[in-house]
Design a protein around this ligand. Sequence first.
Ligand code: ZN
Length: 159
Amino acid sequence: MECELCGRECECRPAIIDNVRMMLCPGCMKYGKCVPVTSKPTTIAKKPILERIQRPKEKDVYKDMTKELVSNYNILIKDGREKKGLSREELGFRIGERTVTISKIENGDLKPSDKIAQKLEKELDINLFEEIPSTPSYATKGYGGNPGSRTLGDFIKQE
Ligand SMILES: [Zn+2]
């Protein structure tokens, strides 16, 4: 019989690893919880272990993405406003901000809050945010990135 963990041909015994019933050789038995040979087969579904390891990793990728205000937001806002044929007063009125606030934002003197920026995006049909991965390891992958930060999930994905 083949060990389901290391594949070695030897005398295997049933054991529970991570809620999965597997046949293990004596060498791998320490990784699992031994179950008596005489017990009835468990009803636990045998899901691939790798699938369950990968899932939370994909979530982390999204969590690492942060939205950041583009650096030329003032130009985009001014252009967007002029294309819509709006004055600063009219734009300010539409998003519920003072004219002076609009002027300061367009001059680059004031960085709009996320709330104001989102209102401006909607009103002017422009995009003021860009998505940036907050973990530099993604951008520099393969260029001297820290290999220690790689997880099992990374290796699986590459195959
Ligand atoms: Zn084994």
